[in-house]
Design a protein around this ligand. Structure first.
Ligand code: HEM
Length: 519
């Protein structure tokens, strides 16, 4: 036997020994259970292109009796995964503060002016103040109501675009239609204009989404190796170029707002100003008082966060909503009946719906919840990180500090302990007063339905997103019947996601609108 073969065999035996000792050690500790792992990569090889589905399979295979928790080693990152409603309830009822930070990611850090935004900012003073600005000044109920005219105008434009396709007898790629709508609403709310601003944004957002898809080198490799990987693959340059493009775009719209402010009265208008107006005003009025200096970069970071967090999430949710509604003709008919009863039928002159009517559409709200249950837009929410060790599930497990946390909202929406027939699209489950699910809401207090997250890091955009979603669904179903093209049947629709931070259907939905008869 050659010395080389002996050396390889010896090394393999040694690694195997280390592996067994390490796994045995962890099985005797109070760490949450962990599937067998490989040296160096840990469990990374078990994660496919759709991490939420891979993690769900691991939970089904190894999670029996684990209290819904698995501890994985994803490259360099120790990661706790919560896959049941009960596990999420324990973590967020009892340990929300401990898990309120975000893991550091060098690429995301660069893209957010040094983590000066909200979403990726670590827990601390900056995050607290920036989040307060979002909740109190940008996304309060009053401010969201002030954007009603923007929503109304863009919903009318959405109907007009669909009507053109209906008149020409053309099929529509829903993603394009819906993205155009959410992009216009968000751009107008953030920067006061749509048009070319929205077009530039579409491009920037598409590039950003591609770069954020799946696990990044920074999530799994040590810092130096991740940097080397980014440089070797040209990713570093792509990120720098994209950041420069974003910065040019944001600087231009900030400058335009500053200029406008000096020239005219602050654009109070019916909307009381867009997000940038509000941020610039805050810099003058309040920054000093709160001890929070809103620098140019700080303003750009928050504006970029709002735009990026709002556009794609809302469009993806709408595409899933249309997929499920068309895929379930019974639901479509029932929803159209409710819309006609509450808001009146389709007319060619009145395209818009009073938002007050939306609150009377109980079936609509149930449909939206059911869409979020089966298709949470961010299926793993946004990753959290523990700031201190936590003894979870009444001390059954100990989770060390600096452990990443992934909450698998996609798996929780299918948790058989809390949902009957989880794979069935049945909005009625939210209307059945006798069933436990009848009272479930989606605002982070019911841990079986967490599309917007929960606790301190909960999405501050819920009040902004819901009317945008509801208005689009109602507008599209009030004026059109939607048919599948080319003899396709509802049961042929593909319900698998495309990979990414947010996960649209992997096969873009294409439908043919048919204008409804005038009521
Ligand atoms: C359908 C639409 C949306 C969905 C599904 C969604 C979902 C989420 C989720 C799951 C999180 C992470 C929560 C957690 O870590 O527990 C989040 C965070 C966030 N969202 Fe949304 N979101 C939506 C719309 C919006 C809108 C319209 C805005 C703003 C205009 C927004 C701004 C943010 C921000 C700033 C954060 C970071 C919060 C923090 O880290 O403290 N989102 N969102």
């Amino acid at each position: 036997m050659s010395a080389f073969v002996l050396a390889v065999a010896g090394a393999a035996l040694f690694l195997g020994f280390l592996y067994v000792v390490k796994n045995r050690r962890s099985s005797s500790s109070k760490l949450p259970p962990s599937p067998p792992r490989l040296p160096l990569v840990g469990h990374l090889h078990l994660i496919g292109r759709l991490p939420h589905r891979s993690l769900h399979e691991l939970h089904l295979r190894y999670g029996g009796g684990s209290g819904g928790l698995l501890l994985l080693q994803l490259g360099r990152r120790r990661t706790l995964v919560a896959s049941t409603a009960a596990a999420a309830a324990d973590l967020f009822r009892n340990h929300d503060l401990a898990f309120s930070s975000r893991p550091h990611n060098a690429a995301a850090h660069k893209q957010t002016y040094g983590s000066r935004n909200i979403s990726f900012s670590p827990y601390g003073d900056h995050w607290r103040r920036a989040k307060k600005i979002a909740v109190v000044h940008l996304l309060s109920q009053r401010r969201v109501e002030a954007f009603a005219a923007v929503r109304r105008a863009e919903a009318a434009a959405l109907v007009a675009r669909a009507r053109r396709a209906a008149e020409a007898g053309e099929a529509v790629v829903l993603k394009e239609l819906l993205y155009g709508y959410t992009n216009a609403v968000v751009t107008r709310a953030a920067a006061g204009t749509a048009g070319t601003t929205a077009e530039r944004l579409t491009q920037l957002l598409a590039e950003t989404a591609t770069m954020l898809a799946g696990f990044q080198a920074d999530d799994v490799l040590p810092d130096a190796a991740a940097r080397a990987f980014r440089r070797a693959t040209g990713l570093e340059k792509k990120i720098d170029d994209m950041n420069a493009e974003w910065d040019r775009f944001l600087s231009e719209i900030v400058a335009e707002h500053e200029h406008r402010e000096k020239k005219t009265t602050p654009p109070g208008g019916e909307a009381g100003g867009d997000f940038l107006d509000v941020l610039l005003q805050l810099r003058e009025d309040e920054g000093g008082r709160e001890g929070f200096e809103l620098t140019d970069d700080g303003i750009k970071a928050i504006a970029k966060d709002m735009i990026a967090a709002a556009t794609e999430t809302t469009a993806v949710t709408l595409e899933w909503a249309m997929t499920e509604v068309v895929g379930n003709p019974r639901v479509m008919a029932k929803l159209q009946e409710e819309i006609a009863r509450v808001a009146g039928g389709s007319t060619t002159t009145t395209t818009t719906i009073a938002e007050a009517d939306l609150s009377r559409m109980v079936y609509l709200r149930a449909v939206v919840k059911e869409v979020f249950r089966l298709h949470p837009t961010l299926p793993l929410l946004l990753p959290r990180e523990s700031m201190a060790a936590a003894a979870v599930q009444g001390g059954r497990y100990e989770v060390p500090a600096r452990t990443a946390l992934l909450v698998n909202a996609w798996a929780i929406g299918r948790d058989p302990a809390v949902w009957d027939a989880p794979e069935e699209f049945r909005p009625e489950r939210f209307l059945d007063a006798a069933a436990a699910s009848g009272a479930v809401d989606l605002r982070g207090t019911d841990y079986q339905l967490l599309p917007f997250g929960t606790g301190r890091r909960i999405c501050p955009g819920i009040n902004f997103a819901l009317p945008v979603l509801e208005l689009a669904v109602v507008s599209l179903l009030r004026h059109f019947d939607w048919e599948l093209p080319g003899g396709m049947r509802p049961e042929d629709l593909d319900r698998v996601e495309a990979p990414g931070l947010s996960t649209p259907p992997r096969v873009p939905l294409v439908l043919v609108p048919k204008s409804k008869a005038i009521a």
